[in-house]
Design a protein around this ligand. Structure first.
Ligand code: GLN
Length: 480
């Protein structure tokens, strides 16, 4: 198994290895696994400068936990001077003049980014097949998808290229690829991590998260990424918890709600069985399982696939071919400039979302779709509030299936959207959730999702960590 962040941090401090050597090794692994297509951009020059700074910091007494640890950013986070594409032709040559809040924070603790990971275009997708730069392959089986939209980040971590990577989760894009790739993926509470400089998909749902091999490794990344940022109006001004100290909380008084709706018709038997076994392990660790119901869970997919495209259609209006991004050749009129630039710059799924979103927001349809979706969002959030009066966490399978075949669902958008059946409600309610490896079905990894009340990242990470102390699913890795 590749080393944990704690182990690497210890080796760095003991001078067994330098940050520069770690960065070079990660870049070499990325190069050796180019067939996965996990990266859009590798940036050796910037990585080596950052590594030198990290080595200098490590020579002092109080270097931060992540100093010298190599990682990668999803290509949705703006990086000053480094191309940021959002996997779109629209932004193929976009070089931001500033760093995202998350990028600043990880740089400030001297973590070393080696590059930008592949993703679904504008984070729209569940399979990472919607990228202008081509699909990403699942390291467990190259004929299968890694999940999406943070598929490049998930594949890079699962293949052992980097110990962690950033991701974003609007409807499951950290948790679902983590599940498909057999790693741990944390989506924090909405507002806990800055969205500043994170390219917008659906602003009321978008959330920066982290993909790593363990809950403990996610904890290190979250501790650096989280915090108030006045440049993001929805960032929450609230002190940070000590997530490291929280990890050691035991499970003896913990009540875990098992949501019956999360084991519904579309869930594969092998996935359900692995998740039930993992829940039995939680009982052995002292937790109490409680059967619960989230009666409006079936509204999550329809509500999400109205609200997310509605917000996307508004957010993506800024790509007009005038200020930045793709511009068509030889525009004849202003309208010609808009239509051809956007038609050429956006891929099919992004265009579909813009059409759906614009339709749902148009006069005459607003009440029938957008308003009803917002009402559904409220009752979905209320279901969680009710459940959390009874239990500390809610559990179920992260995704209804294991990683599916490349191409299997590309012709059927609704089948693709169904991959998010257990994840999107969490975003509609703004809650934190984690996916942890919980076993295998047909030789492919299965993820267990744990959902917590807002700002309960500490107990959530503890529940995942205690499980990982007692099991070894998270240490399994795919052969090269
Ligand atoms: N698969 C969902 C979508 O396509 C979620 C994506 C995400 O979380 N960014 O919208």
């Amino acid at each position: 198994m590749a080393s944990s962040i704690a182990q690497l941090a210890q080796d760095l401090r003991a001078r067994k290895i330098s940050a520069a050597e770690l960065a070079q090794a990660a870049l070499a692994r990325a190069g050796a696994r180019s067939e996965l297509n996990a990266f859009i951009t590798l940036d050796e020059a910037t990585a080596l400068v950052a590594a030198q700074r990290a080595d200098a910091a490590l020579a002092t007494a109080n270097a931060p936990a992540l100093a010298g640890i190599p990682f990668a950013h999803k290509d949705i986070f703006c990086t000053n001077g480094i191309r940021t594409t959002c996997a779109s032709r629209m932004l193929e040559n976009f070089v931001p003049p500033y760093d995202a809040g998350v990028v600043e924070r990880l740089r400030d603790v001297h973590a070393v980014s080696i590059g930008k990971t592949n993703m679904d275009e504008f984070a729209m997708g569940s399979s990472n097949e919607n990228s202008h730069f081509g699909a990403v392959k699942n390291p467990w089986d190259a004929t299968r998808v890694p999940g999406g939209s943070s598929g490049g980040s998930a594949a890079a971590v699962a293949a052992g290229i980097v110990p962690f990577a950033t991701g974003t989760d609007t409807g499951g894009s950290v948790r679902q690829p983590a599940a498909f790739c057999g790693i741990t993926g944390l989506k924090p509470t909405y507002g806990r991590v800055s969205r500043w400089g994170m390219i917008a998909y659906a602003s009321s749902l978008d959330c920066a998260g982290v993909l790593a091999r363990s809950a403990q490794d996610c904890m290190y990344a979250l501790s650096a990424m989280a915090g108030h940022d006045p440049r993001d109006a929805t960032s929450v001004a609230r002190g940070l918890d000590n997530y490291d100290a929280a990890l050691s909380s035991k499970l003896s008084n913990m009540k875990i709600g098992v949501a019956r709706e999360y084991f519904g018709a579309g869930v594969d038997a092998g996935v359900a069985a692995a998740v039930r076994d993992a829940l039995a392990q939680y009982e052995r660790l002292g937790a109490t399982l409680v059967d619960i119901s989230l009666p409006n869970a079936h509204l999550a997919i329809p509500a999400y696939y109205v609200i997310a495209p509605a917000e996307a259609s508004s957010n993506l209006a800024r790509y007009d071919g005038v200020r930045y991004g793709h511009r068509c050749a030889d525009p004849q009129t202003l309208e010609d400039l808009y239509t051809r630039s956007r038609g050429e710059g956006f891929g099919a799924e992004v265009r579909r979302r813009i059409l759906v979103g614009t339709y749902a927001l148009s006069a005459g349809y607003y009440d029938a779709y957008y308003l009803r979706a917002q009402r559904a969002r409220r009752v979905i959030a209320n279901d969680f509030s009710e459940a959390f009066k009874q239990v500390d966490l809610i559990a179920g399978p992260t995704a209804p299936t294991v990683a599916f075949k490349l191409g299997e669902k590309t012709a059927d958008p609704l089948a693709m959207y169904a991959a998010d059946v257990n994840t999107v409600a969490v975003n509609l309610a703004g809650l934190p959730a984690i996916s942890i490896p919980a076993g295998f079905s047909d030789g492919l990894p299965v993820g267990l999702q744990l959902i917590a009340p807002a700002f309960a990242e500490g107990p959530l990470l503890a529940a995942a960590h205690q499980f990982q102390l007692a099991t070894d699913w998270h240490t399994r890795s795919p052969g090269a």
